[in-house]
Design a protein around this ligand. Structure first.
Ligand code: P6P
Length: 333
């Protein structure tokens, strides 16, 4: 007997398209299956990273100046390959690549841009901590004359995203995504190799009991953040808080999405503009947070309203439930 709850992410997308976009041609669900294929390829390597020579670094560094871990390279190639073969992606942009990439065969008619961080938090792989893939999907106008600079297609504000999500490679492998109609979570069933619905319509609690920040930088945060953290620690919201920081954005956000509370990466002495990247970390995370009833700001501005200037630009990122976010806003004013 097939359980009625056996709903795969592909079936979910098709049902969403029928319900909200009857005019849709199914192109988006075809694109998403490229992402789920890449996710399964990456998960199969992350799961056995200690075996073979997949741990450690390649000895090279990427456009961020960060040491490139071997699994980073594999994850990037998996996404470029799987998305490049979909036929409807015209441009891709990756944390691992200096510039956006045209899908040559589809650059004139491909209607989608996919921006991604193939393996975020990869420095944690060697110590078996959860890592993640983050993706953001934008629409692009066909370019029959093949004249447009791909950056024009990529540099759109977060409000223009038509979908966003992440895969978290943790104790289980989950895909969490939104197309603007709520946030939905799917757990990979390794026995059948499919992402099955496990968290339909996730809502971020408006008030939590966890805050998530790298305390080592706390003395260099702008003063309003220090007063805000002091208020949380002293129970100003009427309850005590615990601190949880994994150092892997996808894992820290996934917990905040499900349990509530607040995640902060404010400006620091090392990263006065903030450390996290706008296009493939903050924007997708912010879209998910807002779709789940939470908020995401730079501390003073809504993340999704930022007009991007460059592919790898950084931003402060504060994301959480409305109660904590409103208290922070009161300190920032
Ligand atoms: P820090 C991982 O390198 C990452 O890009 C995010 O996944 C994570 O949230 C952040 O950096 C952690 O930075 O400075 O606290 O180690």
């Amino acid at each position: 007997m097939i359980p009625t709850t056996l709903l795969t992410v592909q079936q979910h997308i098709l049902e969403e398209q029928r319900r909200y976009h009857p005019e849709a041609t199914g192109e988006f669900s075809w694109l998403l299956s490229g992402l789920t294929l890449a996710a399964k390829m990456v998960e199969s390597r992350v799961r056995r990273a200690g075996l073979g020579d997949l741990l450690g670094s390649t000895g090279e560094s990427n456009v961020q100046g960060e040491t490139v871990q071997k699994l980073d390279v594999y994850a990037n190639h998996a996404l470029l390959w799987c998305l490049g073969k979909r036929g409807n992606v015209g441009v891709m942009a990756s944390e691992e690549n200096d510039s956006p990439i045209f899908v040559e065969r589809d650059r004139h008619h491909g209607r989608y841009v996919v921006i991604f961080d193939p393996l975020d938090g990869s420095s944690n792989i060697d110590v078996n901590v959860s890592v993640g893939t983050i993706f953001s999907i934008l629409r692009r106008e066909p370019d029959p004359e093949r004249k447009r600079d791909p950056l024009q297609d990529v540099l759109q504000p977060g409000v223009q995203q038509i979908a966003a999500g992440y895969v978290v490679y943790g104790s289980s492998c989950m895909l969490v995504y939104t197309t603007g109609n709520g946030v939905h979570g799917f757990t990979l069933d390794p026995d059948i190799g499919a992402f099955i619905i496990s968290h339909e319509n996730i809502r971020m609690p408006s008030a939590g009991s966890l805050y998530s920040v790298n305390e080592a930088n706390a003395n260099t945060f702008p003063e309003p953040y220090q007063r805000f953290l002091g208020a949380l620690r002293s129970g100003q919201l009427g309850r005590s808080y615990s601190s949880r920081y994994i150092g892997s954005l996808v894992a820290d956000f996934h917990r905040t999405l499900l349990k509530g509370g607040i995640f902060l990466y404010p400006p620091t002495r090392s990263y006065p503009q903030g450390k996290l990247r706008l296009m493939y970390e903050a924007n997708p995370i912010a879209f998910l947070a807002e779709q789940a009833g939470g908020k995401a700001t730079t501390g003073t501005r809504r993340i999704l309203d930022i007009e991007p200037e460059s592919l790898h630009q950084r931003t402060p990122l504060i994301v959480g439930g409305t109660e904590e976010m409103e208290l922070l806003a009161s300190y920032m004013r």
